[in-house]
Write a new protein. Structure first.
Ligand code: GAR
Length: 200
């Protein structure tokens, strides 16, 4: 499955996916890394790994999210992408884009969804006095961080934890979880049941 990874930042999950996909029997090929910020550090890391990259800057499109996504979609199609893995891609996608890629669009989120959708998940877990925390890979649906779960990993919250220590513990699990989840989706072992398809 020709897979694109979309990033906005340093791309440590991206690196984990690229490395996992190098195994001969991995069912996804990382064919493209695209970023909405040309300065995203992960783009250079992808280039060094020999992966094709693209930058589609969202800023010139202003508030017109769909216009940005049409450009992004074009880049994905030119590169014959079949599956998209969001890895620290910090743009909310419109229903137009999400519907277009439904079932072929997955995301990693740094919390045990449905807890702590949105941002600042580690700070919010600490503030809530949580004793466990973690990360989730899920199918993307139009409602933010709400799609069906593919895989989840838990970590303990330890006494004395701050945002930095907790996020590092979660990130370590993200790097293990995301390749496993991508494998499940790319191999067809896990599929998104849409309303219509679930009828039978
Ligand atoms: C990761 O922790 C990822 O789960 C999170 O951003 C970080 C990106 O790090 N994603 C979100 O918060 C999406 N809502 P990375 O660039 O090193 O992979």
């Amino acid at each position: 499955m020709r897979t694109a990874i979309l990033i906005s930042g340093r791309g440590s999950n991206m690196v984990a996916l690229i490395e996992a996909a190098q195994a001969a029997d991995f069912p996804a090929e990382i064919a493209l890394v695209a970023a909405n910020l040309p300065e995203a550090g992960g783009l250079e890391r992808a280039r060094l790994a020999g992966i094709a990259t693209a930058a589609v800057d969202h800023r010139p499109f202003g508030k017109d999210r769909e216009a940005f996504e049409r450009k992004l979609d074009e880049v994905l199609r030119v590169n014959q992408i079949e599956l998209i893995a969001l890895a620290g891609f910090m743009r909310v996608l419109t229903p137009w884009f999400v519907t277009r890629w439904q079932g072929r669009l997955i995301n990693i989120h740094p919390s045990l969804l449905p807890l702590y959708r949105g941002t600042h998940t580690h700070a919010r877990a600490l503030e809530a006095g949580a004793t466990e925390h973690g990360c989730t890979v899920h199918f993307v649906v139009p409602e933010l961080d709400s799609g069906p779960m593919i895989a989840q990993a838990k970590v303990p919250v330890l006494p004395g934890d701050d945002e930095a220590s907790l996020s590092a513990r979660v990130l370590e699990q993200e790097h293990l979880l995301y390749p496993e989840a991508l494998k499940l989706v790319a191999s067809g072992e896990v599929r998104l049941e849409t309303g219509a398809a679930a009828g039978g």
